[in-house]
Every structure is written in structure tokens, then in C-alpha cells.
Design a binder for this molecule. Structure first.
Ligand code: ADP
Ligand code: ASP
Ligand code: MG
Length: 823
């Protein structure tokens, strides 16, 4: 004998009901007896409830709510059953719908809706669906008996979520099946009656429970729960797109998952079947050949220690605190008694070992009531200040990891809290059952989706880690970066197991978002048609998107963007900056960003601030982290100036060579920053700061070679003035040439041997043949680190130090560093 239960979506319309019919027919070929438990047509219970509530407000429009319910059932009958057999079913449906209307009329007149009346109204959903289904089978000549569950399942009078009297219920079910002459029996799920014959219900989602009660009473071989997913999954598929089917799961694990929000099974369902070791199969009505999930007792101990992750929303946390609680027995008893007298269910409990506070998670809807009764219970203690008035926090949720095997695997909670912590999810309370089958964390509701996805990735996804990027700036470097990202996506997924998604792009005019990832083949067109760029809005959208493993990338040269990093870092969004403004503004701001990053577990990376794609800052940090001391840095840090002095021989004017550098994309957006030496000052300052030096721009001496008049006015004036001073530049060149030297704009930093403040300077130098800088071609940069370990010969980092392509690849490398710190 088998029990098959079909949920609301499985019987939502005639087409779906036809699927159910074929599943029943299949099952009937293999089983002599089957019992079918049916839910209401999907959405009917909610629709009935809504009509009843409207009626109870004295609002006549409840009739407009009832009308489509009737229509839907009549249409279903007409589509399912041949015309010549329809009339009796249609009149049954009509009669039931009239009864619903009669009760609602009463509710409307009295403006009163008791839990008892509510139950009686919503019971019609299951009554209708099951009678329609019985008629459908009959129309196919499949003999069956329809049995009203209210005559079988007897409960107390706790309307809305009644408790089953198993002794009476089992007797009723067993005696019915002894006398039943049909092989197929159809029962409405969800509904029951109390000992006075009033209709009760078993709680929302309770049709699963009906199936389990019947199955246990008759000791059947298996219960099949047919629904709209192919089994119980590692996480709610609506929240985690990569969730996977769990093929085998123990009763305890399934129970724990359902208690913690996995809606696929109504929580009380498993108790009766578990006692009798009856396996429960979860199957998909819309993909009947999928294996589904089998819930049973013989689960191998091998494999993953975590079986699934689930969550409960709308939680409130109650905290009772006070010095008067320490060491005095009875406080928790009184607290729980007060809650239980009000029938407030406790979902989670934690107590600090100091006994100074007691923390209880309950449904948010009961929070105000709880506050009232608990403050009343402890009124005396509150008055004499032994206990504080109850603290209530709303807007919370629980995420729970579930698995029988957790107890054999240390380190799971570390991994759990590490993963969500890295993503900036704040944990308000933690509970672990003594069975070690469940670790629960209370977090803000807005973080649930992110936390569940992060945990799913951490515990289940061996495939790839998803990283979400927001790119600010679509100029030279930005567009090269987007092209590189597009090219490399596949490679990263295959080799580093990272899935990079660009979830936002902005430039000075427009901003574009798509939290599923922007199609990088057409970002230009999409951005053109996107919303107008507004900085405040951009910050709040990125914060609200609240995506896991997020990185904000600044490839602009904009002050406002540089001023916005803290908003991201403190939400645990890492920042990769190509923009030098943040690191080269005040030391205080630079330090603040570093501190925030450390505090919120985010990364602030800016390798391309010095030497474009060259690993300068990375190398410096490696030296420092491994305990070396930097004594001196000598560097050619301006790709632009190097290009200019390598190409200027006095033939083509200096101004023209500078123009060429700008046109080839080597200069800063404003070339005066390069020519004035300011850009080089910024770079040496950043390097010095990375060694721990508190340096400001005004501390750096700049021996500029530019005539003052060039730097006044705009860029056009800058070029004009340089033309006018061609003689000056020629002079500089000739002087060096006469000594067989090359001109290099060199930055130096000398650390103080006493540790009392180093000095930095920049300026044009004559470089002789034997010097490391002599053979620096094109736009190359070179950095020489003289350290305690590299004394005679410096550690040299040398290579192309400007250009959109290499800069973009440096930004890319930082993105990978931020995305996967362990790679
Ligand atoms: P039915 O109407 O068949 O009883 P429900 O809507 O009650 O179906 O339950 C099935 C739904 O449960 C699925 O559509 C899915 O969205 C949701 N769900 C939540 N958590 C899980 C999970 N861990 N595994 C499978 N489904 C889940
Ligand atoms: N129809 C009821 C509900 O929507 C019971 C069920 O579907 O299991 O809650
Ligand atoms: Mg359900």
C-alpha cells in the first residue's frame, strides 16, 4: 500500500491534474492499494482567507473575491471531465461554493472572523479539489472512494493548527480501511475535525501531514510527496540558483531543514512516519522520472558533513538582561512560561555563560505581545533594576546549516562564520543544538539571500565561486578592462573556478545595473540607454544589491569616486582602485581606508597606482611582510616622462613629443600632472606610505624642470607655452648629451636609519651609462628597492609602466586578488 500526496501546484489547473492522473495510473499498475491525499488548487487557501478577512471588515467586495474562486473550479471541471458527465460534479462544486458564500455572508454581517470560522472556510479548498479529482478518475472508469478527512482525523480544538489525537485517528483510519472495498481512496489533505465535529485544520502546508498520518496508521510501505521541485534541495531553489537535489537524507536532517524553513515538507510531517520507519519520497509532478529525494533512516556516514541550508524570515529576538539574573534559578522558567501561556512558540534560545542575558528567537508577529507579557512577568525585578525591560529586535532571520555528520567534523562553524563574516554579514546570535545537527545564526533579513548563497558556495559548490564586480569608469583603461574580462571569463571559470560577473558599470553620465550580470558583448549600448549617473544613488544601489563577493573597481581619475570608497569597504565590498587620488590625498584618509578595510574584512587594493601593471606595491608588501626593511627606493615612475625624454632629441619640439605621449594614451587624463612631476610625487608618496611612512605631498621636494608659465591656465595654454619655451627644453637635452647622459625623472625615498621620518624627492637627473636606469626604453618604469636583504644590488622591478592595456591587466590582477584571496 502506498500514500501519494499532491501539493497545490500539482493540482493548480486541469492540465496539471491530468499529469497527476497519469502518475496515479502508473502507481496503480505497481500497487494494489493507493491512497491519494490532495491539497487545494494552488493559491485557493490564500484566496479564501483573503475573502474571509475582507468580509470580516464589513466590506462587501468579498463577493468579488469569491467569484473567481468558483469560476476557477468550474472551469477546471469543464476542462477535465467529458461534457456528458459534468453536471453532477458541477452541481457539487456549485453547492460547495454556495456554502462558502453563506459562511462569508455571516462573517460580513457579524464583522467577526473567529479561528474556527476561518478553518471552516478554508477547508473548502481541499474539499473541492479532492471531489473534482475523484470525479475525474470516475470519468476514466477508475473506481475510487472519496473519504472526508474530517471523519478520520480527530484533533483538539486548537483552530488554525490543531493537534492530532492519534489514538482516535489511528482507530478511525484502520477501521475505514478494513471495510473499504475500493483500491483507490481519495482524501482531502489539511482538514480534520475536533471531538465536537467542528472543522479544524492542521496548519498551513498541512496536507503533507495528512498523508503522513494516514501512512503511519496503516503502516504503508512508502509515502510519496509530489510537488513542483525534484526533491529536497541543498537550499531553497528560489534563493540559491545553484542548489542541488539531496538524493538521500535522514528523518532528523529533513525534519531540521523543514523546521528551519525548507517549505518543501511541512515540519510535523515526518514524526509519525519516522516512528514506523516508513520512507518518504519527494517527487516532482512535472518531472516524474527524476529520482527525487528519499527520506529514510539508513544514511551512510560518508560524504558531506552538511546536508542542507535553510532560513526562516520574520524573526524577532528578545533579550532579557540584568545583573539580577546571575546565579539565580528560575528566570528562564518564568520567561518561557510567560511565552507558553500566550502560545508563543520559541524558535531559538541562547544564553551567555555569564548568565547575564537570555536571548530568545520568536516569530516577529508575536513580538509585541511577548514584550507586554514578559515585562509584566518581571515587573518587580524591572522596578528595582535587577532586570532591564525586555529588548526586542525585529527584521531578523535565521540561517541554519543542517547535517547529521557535523559532529564528526570540527571547524564547520569556523568555516560558516568566516564565510559570512568576510561578506559583511553581521551575526546577532548563534545557537547550536546539542545533537550538533544544526548550527543557526541570527542575521538581518536583508542579508539572508547573500548569506545563504555564500554558505552554499562554501559548503556545496566545488564548481566555482561567483564574484560580482562594479566598474566605475569606461575610458581608456575601463574599456580595455571590460574587454579583458569578457575574454577571460571562461578561462577563470575553468582554471581558477571563479565566475566573474559585472553587475554594474558607470561613467560620468550613466549608470547600469544588472545583478545577474551584464552582457559584456553589448555593455556600451546598454550603458547608453541606462539611467543618469547620480553618485548617492549609485552608492545606495550597490549597498542594497548586497551581493556576495563584491568588488568595486575605480578606473576613473575622479575625486568624488575616490571619496566614496569607505561606503563600500564598510559593507565588506572590496575596492580596487586604479585612481590614485585616494591613496595620494591626506595620509589620514589613506589610513582611514586601510583601517576600514581591515575592520570589515574587505580588501583595498591599488597596485596600478604605481607602475601600471608592474608588481611594485605587491613586491614591496611581500618584502615588508617577510620581515625585510626598506632603506631606500630609487625609481623612474613616470611612463609619460620616460617616453618624452626617450623620444625628445631636439628635432621634434618638446610640446609635440608630449602631445604624442598623450595621444598614445600614456599620460594621465590631464598631462600637466605628469609633466609637473606631481604624478611621480604621488607615486613615491604611496610607496613610502606603504612602508609605514606618514608622508604628505608637501613633504616631498620637487625639482621641476618645467617653466612656471606652462603650468598656469588650461591644457591648451600648457601646449602653447611649451612651444614658446622650446629653447629651454633643448638646453636641458644638450646639457645631458654633452655628458653622455640620459635624462630621467627620478623619484627617491630615503628611510631614516633612526626611524624618525624619511625624506622623498623628485626631479630630473643625468643618468650615466652604467646606471640601472640608463637602459629604460619607451614608457618603461623601474623601481630599485634597497633593503636590509638587498644591500649592494637592489631588487629591481622593471617594465612597461604606462598604457591602457597593461594598466587594465594590473587592475584585473587586483580583481583576482580581491575575488579569491587564497588563489
Ligand atoms: P506543495 O504545494 O507541493 O506542497 P510547497 O510550495 O509547499 O509545495 O513546497 C515546495 C516549494 O518549497 C518549492 O517550490 C521550493 O520553492 C520551496 N523550497 C524551499 N526550500 C526548499 C528546499 N530546501 N528544497 C526544495 N524546495 C524548497
Ligand atoms: N492548502 C493548504 C495550504 O495552502 C494546505 C496544503 O497545501 O498543504 O496551506
Ligand atoms: Mg506544501
Amino acid at each position: 500500500m502506498q500514500v501519494l500526496k499532491f501539493g497545490g501546484s500539482s493540482v493548480a489547473n486541469a492540465e496539471n491534474i491530468n499529469n497527476v492522473v497519469s502518475i496515479v495510473q502508473q502507481s496503480f499498475t505497481k500497487n494494489k492499494n493507493i491512497i491519494i491525499v490532495l491539497s487545494a488548487l494552488g493559491g485557493t487557501t490564500d484566496a479564501l482567507l483573503e475573502a474571509a478577512i475582507i468580509a470580516s471588515h464589513g466590506d462587501i467586495s468579498y463577493k468579488e473575491k469569491l467569484q473567481p474562486i468558483e469560476q476557477r473550479h468550474l472551469t477546471t471541471v469543464k476542462k477535465l471531465i467529458p461534457l456528458d458527465q459534468q453536471s453532477s460534479v458541477l452541481s457539487t462544486v456549485k453547492k460547495r461554493c454556495n456554502e462558502i458564500e453563506d459562511i462569508c455572508n455571516g462573517v460580513f454581517l457579524l464583522k467577526e472572523l473567529s479561528l474556527r470560522t476561518k478553518d471552516s472556510i478554508i477547508s473548502y479548498g481541499e474539499l473541492l479539489s479532492s471531489q473534482i479529482f475523484a470525479a475525474k478518475l470516475k470519468s476514466l472508469n477508475i473506481a475510487n472512494a472519496w473519504k472526508d478527512a474530517r471523519e478520520l482525523i480527530i484533533t483538539d480544538s486548537e483552530f488554525g493548527s490543531a493537534n492530532v489525537d492519534f489514538t482516535k485517528t489511528n482507530q478511525n483510519i484502520q477501521s475505514l480501511f478494513c471495510t473499504l472495498d475500493s483500491s483507490i481512496c481519495i482524501i482531502p489533505g489539511f482538514i480534520a475535525s475536533d471531538k465536537n465535529g467542528n472543522t479544524t485544520t492542521l496548519g498551513r502546508g498541512g496536507s503533507d501531514y495528512t498523508a503522513a498520518i494516514v501512512a503511519a496508521a496503516l503502516s504503508v510501505s512508502v509515502v510519496e510527496i509530489w510537488t513542483d521541485v525534484s526533491g529536497m534541495m541543498t537550499a531553497d531553489p528560489r534563493l540559491v540558483s545553484n542548489s542541488k537535489i539531496i538524493h538521500h537524507i535522514s528523518y532528523q536532517e529533513a525534519m531540521e531543514l523543514s523546521h528551519f524553513g525548507a517549505k518543501v515538507i511541512y515540519p510535523p510531517t515526518l514524526q509519525p512516519v519516522m516512528n514506523k520507519h516508513i520512507p518518504v519520497a519527494i517527487k516532482n509532478t512535472f518531472a516524474p522520472n527524476d529520482a527525487g529525494t528519499l527520506i529514510h533512516s539508513h544514511i551512510s556516514k560518508n560524504g558531506s558533513s552538511i546536508r542542507g541550508i535553510s532560513s526562516i524570515n520574520k524573526l524577532a529576538l528578545l533579550s532579557l538582561e540584568g545583573s539580577g539574573m546571575v546565579g539565580i534559578p528560575g528566570f528562564s522558567k518564568r520567561l518561557f512560561e510567560a511565552l507558553s501561556n500566550e502560545k508563543i512558540n520559541v524558535i531559538l534560545i541562547t544564553q551567555s555563560s555569564s548568565e547575564h542575558s537570555l536571548c530568545v528567537g520568536i516569530e516577529e508577529a508575536n513580538a509585541d505581545k511577548a514584550k507586554e507579557v514578559i515585562d509584566k512577568t518581571f515587573a518587580t525585578e524591572i522596578e528595582i533594576k535587577k532586570v532591564e525591560p525586555l529588548i526586542v529586535e525585529k527584521g531578523l532571520a535565521i540561517v541554519a546549516l543542517v547535517g547529521d555528520n557535523m559532529k564528526n567534523h570540527p571547524g564547520i562553524s569556523g568555516k560558516m562564520f568566516g564565510a559570512i563574516g568576510r561578506n559583511g554579514v553581521n551575526v546577532r546570535a548563534i545557537a547550536q543544538g546539542s545533537s550538533e545537527r544544526n548550527i543557526s545564526a541570527v542575521i538581518a533579513t536583508r542579508d539572508v539571500k547573500k548569506a545563504i548563497n555564500v554558505l552554499h558556495e562554501e559548503f556545496f559548490e566545488t564548481t566555482y565561486k561567483q564574484v560580482n564586480l562594479f566598474i566605475s569608469g569606461t575610458g581608456n583603461v575601463g574599456s580595455k578592462l571590460l574587454a579583458q574580462l569578457q575574454q577571460q571569463q571562461r578561462h577563470l571559470q575553468d582554471h581558477l573556478r571563479i565566475q566573474l560577473r559585472v553587475t554594474g558599470i558607470a561613467n560620468s553620465k550613466k549608470m547600469l545595473f544588472n545583478d545577474r550580470g551584464i552582457d559584456l558583448c553589448k555593455w556600451k549600448e546598454l550603458l547608453q540607454n541606462a539611467d543618469e549617473m547620480k553618485m548617492q544613488q549609485l552608492i545606495s544601489i550597490i549597498q542594497k544589491q548586497n551581493l556576495r563577493n563584491s568588488v568595486f573597481i575605480d578606473v576613473t581619475a575622479n575625486d568624488d569616486v575616490a571619496g566614496s570608497y569607505a561606503h563600500y569597504l564598510q559593507k565588506s565590498i572590496s575596492v580596487v582602485a586604479c585612481n590614485k587620488i585616494a591613496c595620494s590625498s591626506s595620509y589620514e584618509y589613506y589610513k582611514k581606508l586601510k583601517d576600514i578595510a581591515r575592520e570589515f574584512n574587505s580588501l583595498f587594493l591599488f597596485e596600478t597606482n604605481v607602475g601600471a601593471g608592474l608588481p611594485v606595491i605587491g613586491t614591496l608588501n611581500d618584502l615588508l611582510r617577510s620581515g625585510d626593511r626598506v632603506n631606500r627606493i630609487e625609481a623612474v615612475l613616470s611612463g609619460t616622462l620616460n617616453f618624452v625624454f626617450n623620444n625628445y632629441t631636439g628635432e621634434k619640439s618638446f610640446a609635440k613629443v608630449v602631445k604624442q605621449a598623450q595621444e598614445e594614451g600614456y599620460t594621465e587624463p590631464d598631462p600637466r600632472l605628469d609633466l609637473s612631476g606631481i604624478d611621480v610625487m604621488r607615486k613615491i608618496m604611496i610607496l613610502a606610505r606603504e612602508t609605514g611612512e606618514k608622508l604628505e605631498m608637501e613633504d616631498i621636494s620637487n625639482n621641476s624642470f618645467m617653466p612656471e608659465s606652462c603650468m598656469k591656465g588650461d591644457v591648451e595654454n600648457f601646449y602653447n607655452e611649451m612651444e614658446k619655451h622650446e629653447g629651454h627644453f633643448k638646453e636641458i637635452y644638450k646639457e645631458a648629451e654633452a655628458k653622455n647622459c640620459k635624462l630621467k625623472f627620478v623619484a627617491s625615498y630615503h628611510n631614516s636609519p633612526l626611524g624618525d621620518g624619511g625624506v622623498a624627492s623628485v626631479g630630473l637627473q643625468h643618468i650615466q651609462l652604467q646606471h640601472d636606469f640608463y637602459r629604460l626604453y619607451g614608457k618603461d618604469n623601474a623601481v630599485l628597492f634597497y633593503t636590509n636583504r638587498y644591500t649592494e644590488q637592489p631588487l629591481v622591478v622593471k617594465g612597461a609602466g604606462a598604457g591602457a592595456e597593461v594598466t587594465a591587466s594590473g587592475v584585473f590582477a587586483d580583481i583576482i586578488r580581491a575575488a579569491a584571496p587564497s588563489n
